[in-house]
Design a protein around this ligand. Structure first.
Ligand code: F6R
Length: 252
């Protein structure tokens, strides 16, 4: 089941999304969160940091697994996803560094790293709440449009459209890695709850296609329609096409 919540701006969406995460943390002894990078979850992470600083939430018992990492970037590279997580969330809260997991982009054998990551997620008992964004091409994690849905962690060749989208963070387009290690669609789907965050007009078309169009691996996020429990937290701009084509679908 998918519930779509709309907000005036990304800050309000982030604050409400953070309450879903807080609830999952408070209601479990050893919660595991699945986390994403990119611009979409930044306000959510900001709201979680505020909750920690106000004494409302502790991350002492929380374990995290991130969705993906670029192949070839060291953890201290400022565009690596490990660096992103440390910089935007982990260094501001009381989570134990050893409880945070991001695939290694510099593993000698990336395939073996994928297997290690699958075993790790399994050993944590799966993911309680999985945060995801959606790419302009409908990807979730780095599972790009293709002829089939992926299952477990895999090494991905990034598409030109993803390299274009992500080149905004690098000095030159040529600096964007061409491969990544990504959790698979099957793994994401097995999370007990999936929290999709999307902001801005640029996501409006693809969000409507994913949530109301044909379920196809050409739009990887469309698979979410078969997930047990999906909540979407988005700003009005990202929901503009859904509002136009499916009046009343958004909860406000
Ligand atoms: C990030 C990830 C990606 C992003 C997506 C949207 O870990 O897996 O799927 O969620 O590319 O990126 P933003 O949020 O930057 O628009």
């Amino acid at each position: 089941m998918i519930r779509i919540y709309g907000f005036k701006n990304t800050k309000e969406a982030g604050v409400s999304a953070a309450k879903v995460i807080a609830e999952a943390i408070k209601s479990r002894e050893n919660p595991t969160l699945g986390l994403a990078t990119g611009s979409s979850p930044l306000d959510l992470y900001g709201a979680l940091i505020d909750m920690y600083k106000n004494g409302e939430l502790s991350f002492k018992n929380v374990k995290t697994v991130n969705l993906d990492e670029y192949v070839g970037l060291t953890p201290d590279h400022d565009q690596s996803y490990r660096y992103f997580m440390d910089f935007n969330l982990f260094s501001h809260i009381d989570i134990l560094p050893e409880n945070t997991n991001v695939p290694s982009g510099i593993a000698e054998d990336p395939k073996a790293e994928c297997e290690r990551y699958d075993r790790l997620v399994e050993s944590l008992g799966g993911v309680d709440v999985q945060v995801i964004g959606i790419g302009n091409n409908g990807h979730i994690a780095f599972n790009e449009p293709s002829d089939s849905f992926t299952t477990g962690t895999n090494v991905v060749e990034l598409t030109e459209s993803t390299i274009d989208a992500n080149s905004r963070f690098f000095a030159k387009r040529e600096d964007v890695p061409t491969k990544a290690i990504s959790m698979g669609i099957g793994q994401i789907m097995s999370a007990k709850k999936i929290l999709l965050v999307a902001n801005g007009k640029g996501k409006a078309e693809i969000l409507e296609k994913a949530l109301f169009g044909e379920v196809t691996p050409k739009v990887p996020a469309s698979i979410l329609r078969f997930a047990k429990d999906v909540v979407v937290f988005a700003d009005d701009a990202a929901l503009s096409v859904i509002d136009e084509k499916h009046p009343g679908a958004v909860i406000r």
